[in-house]
Design a protein around this ligand. Structure first.
Ligand code: FAD
Length: 297
């Protein structure tokens, strides 16, 4: 499927890259090295996450502001409801607007005690993602993206509740949803059908997790309530002492998933880069997002 994709007409393919704010100087250098490599692929936008409970407020802001100042990238800042009252959120949003940031990825966030604990909204804050979207739209005319869950959010009691929630976020002003990661193209495509059948017409962009290490990927999946298919786990059996093969295998599977989605008509891919360029560059190249054309010109 990869070869087929490589020959296809990819003029209309978009990619976006997600990063997390670096914790120290060494990580910052590594992040900027990745950004410099990835900006050659002309992403539609790049986004920077917000640590649990607002723990990276300053670092997210610094990273996004530097992107505005030093690159031609269009950065989106993630922002969560957790841990802040409405006036703090308004202040953060105003600061972003003043620094030239026009796109926010608006999220509820997870309880500070950890994923899986009961979520209690801040007494003076925004309770859910949809409330935050509405609040941001009052501050300024931000472009707002939100989350979506091809396997349902772990706290959603039903598909109806899941889709109602997404619809509330769209009604509040969100114009794009980025999905939680998943392992099989079918999982995304079935979800996209459900969204369309519910009359929700914003683009649903698949989020592709580019974690080359299977153990790390498994940990992340368990934490976020994402199902690792049996066949996928089976492929890694017996490879505990062979990280090189594990990493190659995970990379091949990510490229295969990209190609399957492309063949099913998907044209925007959001890549969870984990601040590393290698696999994101490979996926972007497979999707035709490389600078060969510009070099020829
Ligand atoms: P919401 O859309 O608010 O929904 C959460 C749950 O609440 C759902 O089960 C929904 O059905 C339910 N719900 C919604 N409204 C109501 C209501 N009125 N009454 C009762 N129940 C309701 N986390 C971070 O901390 N920082 C990040 O930067 C970050 N980035 C992310 C990016 C993407 C693309 C994704 C998919 C997730 C990201 N997350 C991030 C994780 C996210 O914060 C968690 O998944 C969180 O548990 C839910 O946030 P949400 O915005 O999806 O919630």
């Amino acid at each position: 499927p990869v070869a087929k994709t490589a020959r296809a007409d990819r003029a209309d393919v978009k990619v976006s890259y997600e990063f997390f704010p670096p914790k120290n100087e060494k990580m910052e250098t590594a992040l900027w090295d990745s950004i410099r490599k990835l900006e050659l692929h002309n992403p539609d936008f790049v986004s920077v996450t917000y640590g649990a409970g607002g723990s990276t407020r300053e670092r997210t802001h610094r990273t996004v502001s530097r992107m505005v100042q030093e690159t031609n990238l269009r950065p989106a800042a993630h922002l969560t409801c957790v841990g802040s009252d409405v006036s703090e959120i308004n202040e953060i949003a105003n600061d972003y607007w003043d620094s030239g940031v026009r796109h926010i990825v608006a999220l509820r966030g997870d309880p500070p005690e950890g994923i899986g604990r009961r979520y209690v909204p801040h007494a003076k804050g925004f309770a859910y993602g949809s409330d935050l979207v509405a609040g941001l739209k009052k501050v300024a005319d931000f472009e707002v993206s939100v989350s979506a869950y091809p396997e349902r959010h772990p706290e959603s009691p039903s598909w109806d509740a899941e889709l109602d929630n997404l619809k509330r976020k769209v009604d509040a002003g969100a114009t794009r949803a980025i999905t939680q990661f998943f392992f099989e193209a079918e999982t995304f495509l079935r979800f996209q059908d459900r969204v369309q059948a519910a009359g929700i017409d914003i683009p649903i962009v698949p989020g592709l997790m580019l974690q080359p290490n299977f153990q790390g990927l498994k940990r992340m999946s368990d934490m976020c309530g994402v199902r690792v298919p049996e066949w996928y786990a089976f492929l890694f059996e017996g490879l505990n002492e062979d990280p090189e093969t594990r990493n190659l295998l995970t990379s091949s599977l990510a490229l295969e998933l990209t190609a399957s989605l492309f063949d099913a008509g998907v044209r925007h891919f959001h890549l969870y880069t984990l601040n590393r360029a290698g696999l994101a560059v490979s996926v972007s190249r497979i999707l035709g997002r490389h600078s060969l054309k510009r070099i020829k010109e």
